[in-house]
Design a protein around this ligand. Structure first.
Ligand code: NDP
Length: 450
């Protein structure tokens, strides 16, 4: 790494001690920028990197709410408004027990780059709370969301900051959050949240967008590298939430065979191919556990998670799609995948591969579709939702899906072109970081010191 990058990384580490996920995300980006910084030494004088790694604003707040037993619970809420360089802050809300400042900052940082890659006018942010929605009643979820929005509302707006969903925040939560925002502000401001229900301003294909987009990106990457289409390829997908389910749906529509999916307790393997209708019923309707799949298909195999390495990556597959959470695919898992002849990895989740796993996969000629690019379809479609809200005019499913497909093809091209321009062959991980960085640094230079 060159001297400027090394200095910024060192300072970022000493200023953010113990924020391990955030430092991991920064290190990954900075490491890949060497050829760009070598070519543009003027960036140091302009403190481009120092400005890029510091969020514009971080808001932390108390979220008190009352559970069904009448007890008062206090959670901690966050909104990290990382960058408004190319548009209003934009990024999801995550409700999960392990949410902390490091995870919020890593997600916010990644979001700036991802949003830049979409080619749409959106800045980067992330938020959420250390609230675990699992096992809570609808009324508890509603009271929590109302309390969360009672503070968040003063920091967001259709031209200021537009949150959406993420882990633990789906259509139900967005509905409760939107209702409370509308009530406090006494205004219908559709563009303040995305991922809304279709009845009150949501976009067609938003629910499907991240998963479908991941497969569109994968399709381009395979084609470009002479690996043909997804037809008849075996696919394993971790998670069984929003991203995983719609990645599975599009993979099946593309002729692939999805043989395994998981949740935080364990994974199921169905050699006959996963029955996605059963998964949707278990996860979307009943909010149950993936183990319940055995009630539908007795010959499927269920394996509990034990320790760091998910058993799903031990299954032989052509394509592995980590679509659950950060650092879920470790070096040990990468080694097994490579041994079993995996062709490509598509990161549906944010930073699902550890740094060591990504390095190992790339070194062993596995194609890696990096999260910032490959899962950008969700936020891109959120931006399309914002446009529809401004126009007060709604597109059909097919129209949105077509736009999504074009955006994903363009994102792939940007990653490929940047990688080739800087002599990095088909390293799309570096390509994505470089393409986004060039756009962001140009905007930063154009807007002066701020
Ligand atoms: P959901 O809450 O809908 O689903 C998350 C899924 O991951 C659940 O099935 C959950 O299981 C599972 N999971 C969580 N932790 C683990 C683990 N350690 N091992 C295995 N499975 C686990 O979230 P999303 O699908 O929305 O998000 C998934 C990922 O995709 C996140 O990284 C998110 O940041 C990213 N992403 C999401 C976008 C979106 O549009 N929703 C856009 C871009 C990225 P359980 O039910 O047991 O908790």
């Amino acid at each position: 790494m060159n001297k400027y990058l090394t200095k910024v990384l060192k300072n970022t580490k000493s200023n953010n001690i113990e924020e391990k996920e955030y430092l991991q995300a920064v290190e990954e980006v900075l490491t890949s920028l060497t050829p760009v910084i070598d070519k543009h030494p003027e960036m140091e004088k302009l403190a481009i990197l120092e400005r890029m790694v510091e969020p514009e604003r971080t808001i932390i707040f108390r979220v008190p709410w009352v559970n069904d037993r009448g007890e008062i619970i206090v959670n901690r809420g966050y909104r990290v408004q990382f960058s408004s360089l190319i548009g209003p802050y934009k990024g999801g809300l995550r409700f999960a027990e392990n949410v902390n400042l490091s995870i919020m900052k890593f997600l916010g940082f990644e979001q700036i780059f991802k949003n830049a890659l979409t080619g749409l006018p959106i800045g980067g942010a992330k938020g959420g709370a250390d609230f675990n929605p699992k096992g809570k009643s609808d009324m508890e979820i509603m009271r929590f969301c109302q309390s969360f929005m009672t503070e968040l509302y003063r920091h967001i707006g259709a031209d200021v900051d537009v949150p959406a969903g993420d882990i633990g925040v789906g259509a139900r939560e967005i509905g409760f959050l939107f209702g409370q925002y509308k009530r406090i502000r006494n205004t219908y401001e559709g563009g303040v949240l995305t991922g809304k229900g279709l009845e009150y301003g949501g976009s067609q294909a938003r629910k499907e967008a991240t998963g479908y987009g991941l497969i569109y990106f994968m399709r381009e990457m395979l084609k470009e590298n002479g690996k043909n289409s997804l037809k008849n390829k075996t696919v394993t997908i971790s998670g069984s939430g929003n991203v995983a389910i719609y990645a599975a749906e599009k993979a099946l529509m593309s002729g692939a065979k999805v043989v395994a999916m998981s949740d935080s307790n364990g994974c199921i393997y169905d050699k006959n191919g996963i029955d996605l209708d059963a998964i949707k019923e278990i996860k979307e309707v009943k909010r149950g556990r993936i183990k319940d799949y055995l009630k539908y298909h007795k010959d499927a195999i269920y394996t509990e998670h034990k320790g760091q390495n998910s058993p799903i990556w031990e299954i032989k597959t052509d394509i592995a799609l980590p679509c659950a959470t950060q650092n879920e695919l470790t070096l040990d898992s990468a080694k097994i995948l490579v041994k079993n002849g995996v062709l490509a990895i598509g990161e549906g989740a944010n930073m699902p591969c550890t740094k060591e796993a990504t390095e190992y996969l790339l070194k062993h000629n596995v194609l890696v579709a990096p999260a910032k690019a490959a899962n950008a379809g969700g936020v891109a479609t959120s931006a399309i939702e914002m446009s529809q809200n401004s126009m007060r005019y709604y597109l059909t499913f097919e129209e949105v899906d077509k736009k999504l497909e074009n955006i994903m093809v363009n994102i792939f091209r940007s990653c490929k072109d940047a990688a080739e321009k800087y002599g990095l062959d088909n390293n799309y991980v570096a390509g994505a970081n470089i393409a986004a960085f060039i756009k962001l640094s140009s905007a930063m230079i154009a807007q002066g010191i701020h």
